[in-house]
Write a protein that binds this ligand. Sequence first.
Ligand code: SAM
Length: 208
Amino acid sequence: MNLPEGVQYRTVGGERSLATRGPRVSDEPTDGEWRAWSPTRSKLGAMLDAGMETGLAGGETVLYLGAAAGTTASHVADFAGPTYAVEFAPRPVRELVAVARDRDRLFPLMKDARRPETYAHVVEPVDAIVQDVATRGQAAVALKNRQFLTDGGRLLLAVKARSEDVTRDPEAVFEAVTTELAEGYELLAQQRLDPRHEDHLAVVARPR
Ligand code: SAM
């Protein structure tokens, strides 16, 4: 399995875990500079832990959509280059800003990921989009933000079935989302993230 440079398996807080090196966030387990990265709290962490080929090598420029309080975005900024973190809910953004204060590569943007035109003047071309937005229209969000990806870039997407339709069979939702996604992306890998993340599909794709 290829982990990005700057991501390692380490024993942190007595347990073997993925870890990145960076300033501590709240009371998370650490070992010196290494911070445990829990795959149960992070879809990207779960993708890496499952051995998915994300294409991340470390040092990339990243657009992170659905950053919430920065649980995962903080780890990404530990091993990546400039990391633009989009989140539209004011409360988590407050925590995200606090997490970013210690990180000179993490740039919080209180924006709606469905409206990339509102941050297009700030975000440079990126090597990877990490998307974890709990919203209906997750394929549309990925397609709208494709404009930021460089030709060889990667979309690392976690699709939450229940955000699309709580009543529909998750497999049918995943089929519909990946079909729509294929309008602008070539799908390279797909994997369910259950049981760590119930009714979530992880997708690795590149722009067509
Ligand atoms: N990725 C985060 C992590 O691993 O730490 C968790 C993200 S949480 C599952 C989903 C987030 O998407 C929520 O914080 C929600 O406010 C945000 N979200 C939903 N729709 C959004 C939109 N249109 N634009 C920006 N953020 C959105």
